[in-house]
Write a protein that binds this ligand. Structure first.
Ligand code: RNT
Ligand code: ZN
Length: 428
């Protein structure tokens, strides 16, 4: 049943009074939320497939499970699905593209890709009012199948991937120049060993050297910013990952790069929320891959978990919104892929709103004064404050569906568009 706009506004009025009685500036919270863009990852739309012409099996440390019908097979289908998703998410958001998603018109080697292969995306972004972020693709490729790329012992294989990295930085800079704000270019490599290595040092030296070669040319920071992403283990790299947290933390600090923290890339009880304030002391900025780890998988659809809320609280409480770029990273092929985007992104925004509606100054003052009783009492009361009424109002005022009403639109899109796609045929 449709909720009436008048009811939403009335509920919002009451909720607003409750928050304001705690000293929260609700208008300001909504304003900040409206100004915050999340970088939506393109790869949820097609199970990390890409448009390189041949159907490459995903591998090299990544796996997508599920066979829900309707996967986007072409760039037009992916754009159509993205437009559907964005229309159900309040605010203005970015698109995070992987290099394998260029429009190649035939086979183009990864070390030979250029901005011409992404001009269609740049034009689409301009038309949609969507800024782009970027990622070199160091997986799903014959030269990655050994499990090594930039840290490979063979110089010629390293060279191929170094050239790919350099090509991607040029593309990212062109995207940033076209959109008038920096394109965040994130480097993740799968390199690692399934079983215990006897030389942990040499691959790390090679990875650092390769990255240094890729980053040799300085790019205008208003066009592109480089980020590096660590991982604890992957499928097929259970025992050793070259680009571990310590490796990239040191690399980012010493080379003044952004550090990317993926929420699914640490030990199961280790959380990235606690790392944000520590890492921001030493790196210029952070990129987040907001994700959800479940046992061996690091990429479940983001839900409204304690950790998601804690991540957003840390960003808001630390006053770090301008230094933390929020990106998403999950892929689930067992549910409608547009719905996956909508669920994950709406949750991120909802958690950000919850953090913005917290009486942060008051809580921090109680803590400074040593009143931990009041700190705990207020934090617990905050959990049942009427966040939902403010969220509903924000959706209404942003012209997107309120509550689960968006699902009906996805269902209709599924019926009209997605179910007509066969799962096997892939048009170039
Ligand atoms: C893999 C990393 C990486 C990828 C994307 C597709 O473990 O999280 O960010 O998920 O680049
Ligand atoms: Zn990631």
């Amino acid at each position: 049943m449709m909720t009436k706009a008048g009811d939403i506004e009335a509920a919002y009025g009451l909720a607003r009074e409750r928050f304001e009685s705690l000293g929260v500036d609700v208008d300001r919270a909504i304003e900040v939320l409206r100004e915050t863009s999340v970088s939506v990852h393109c790869w949820q739309g097609d199970d990390v497939g890409g448009f390189e012409g041949e159907d490459r099996a995903l591998g090299d440390g990544l796996a997508v499970t599920g066979n829900y019908p309707g996967r986007a097979r072409t760039v037009d289908e992916l754009r159509s699905d993205l437009e559907m998703a964005y229309s159900l998410i309040p605010g203005r958001h970015r698109l995070n593209l992987h290099a394998m998603y260029g429009e190649f018109q035939g086979v183009v080697e990864r070390n030979e890709i250029g901005v011409e292969h992404f001009q269609g995306w740049i034009d689409w972004g301009r038309h949609q009012g969507i800024s782009l972020d970027f990622n070199p693709t160091f997986f799903s490729h014959s030269l990655a199948s050994s499990g090594f790329t930039l840290a490979h012992a063979d110089r010629s294989i390293r060279q191929f991937w170094i050239e790919h990295g350099i090509a991607c930085r040029k593309i990212a800079a062109a995207m940033g120049a076209a959109q008038g704000n920096p394109c965040i270019n994130n480097f993740w490599v799968p390199d690692g060993y399934k079983d215990t290595p006897v030389d942990r040092q040499s691959p790390r030296q090679r990875l650092a050297d390769s990255l240094d070669e890729i980053f040799r040319e300085a790019l205008p920071p208003e066009q592109a910013l480089d980020a590096v992403e660590c991982k604890l283990f992957g499928i097929g790299s259970e025992s050793y990952v070259v680009g571990s947290h310590e490796f990239y933390m040191g690399y980012a600090v010493s080379r003044r790069k952004l550090l990317c923290l993926d929420a699914g890339h640490f030990h199961p009880t280790e959380v990235i929320s606690d790392k944000i304030s520590a890492v921001l002391m030493y790196v210029p900025a952070l990129l987040l891959h907001v994700s959800r780890g479940v046992r061996w998988d690091s990429d479940h659809v983001v839900t409204f978990t304690d950790e998601l809320q804690a991540i957003m609280q840390e960003i808001v409480r630390g006053g770090s919104l301008r230094r933390v770029h929020i990106g998403l990273d999950f892929f689930d092929a067992s549910i409608n892929r547009v719905a996956a985007w909508v669920i994950g992104t709406r949750n991120v925004l909802k958690a950000l709103l919850a953090a913005l509606l917290e009486p942060t100054e008051r809580l921090q003052q109680l803590e400074r004064e040593g009143d931990f009783t009041a700190r705990l009492a207020l934090l617990e009361e905050q959990k049942t404050m009427p966040l939902g009424a403010v969220w509903d109002y924000y959706c209404l005022s942003s012209d997107v569906p309120v509550g689960a009403q968006w699902l009906e639109q996805v269902r209709q899109y599924e019926r009209m568009v997605q179910t007509n796609r066969s799962s096997t045929i892939k048009h170039a």
